[in-house]
Design a protein around this ligand. Sequence first.
Ligand SMILES: C[S@@+](CC[C@H](N)C(=O)[O-])C[C@H]1O[C@@H](n2cnc3c(N)ncnc32)[C@H](O)[C@@H]1O
Length: 243
Amino acid sequence: MPEDHFGEEIAARYDDPSEELFQPAAIEPVVDFLAALSGGGAALELGIGTGRIALPLAQRGVEVHGIDLSSAMVARLRAKPGGRDIPVVIGDFATARAEGTFSLAYLVFNTIHNLTTQDAQVACFANAAAHLRPGGHFVIEVGVPQLQRLPPGERVRPFAVTPTHLGFDEYDIAEQGLISHHHELVDGAWQAHSVPFRYVWPAELDLMARLAGMTLVERWAGWGREPFTSDSRDHVSVWRAAS
Ligand SMILES: C[S@@+](CC[C@H](N)C(=O)[O-])C[C@H]1O[C@@H](n2cnc3c(N)ncnc32)[C@H](O)[C@@H]1O
């Protein structure tokens, strides 16, 4: 089982309504996009966490299931209204099996990067495909690797510099890995934690999808279907399983 980087301390402060990604303006377009794609069928969220997306999607009438490694995150989901109605398997979304067949599987908020080897990311695509009905869709939201912003010879880049949060990404280009280092001011004391990731390119994801019998059908720069260009920082990609 991979290491759980979302233990009690992280889970306790994960849902921060002041953060942009937790506000309705960020969540509604995601839910619109996913609800339309589910086409009335069931949806499976890989890395469901505290239900930031799963709960509003369920409130739209979509039957949502989830897989997550972190019991602490899922406990937060359970404590929210409607949270107990969502079946969740505690396990690794690269390998764990949820009961049922789904129209839609989705993995948002850069969480494919939490799988730190190419083998695990390939296995995740195979696992998503194994849960889909013929013609079902798999959606990923993830950043485009920001290597153009890293000057030659440098390997550390700041991503957060605020009075309460200092964050630095440390790149290992040869291994296609990065470690995000966080220093956060919590109750007047600085706390540090680091999380390892494997960044992955859009074309590499397409190949993983192809290995799992899926084909790219849409790629956007965001949930509002903004065009994906050479300058895009993120992408929302949709692959379809064979009919
Ligand atoms: C950044 S959070 C995203 C949670 C939720 N999807 C959201 O959008 O708010 C990543 C979640 O993925 C889970 N996770 C990370 N790696 C995982 C793995 N290999 N298998 C299952 N869950 C994993 C973490 O426990 C955490 O709940």
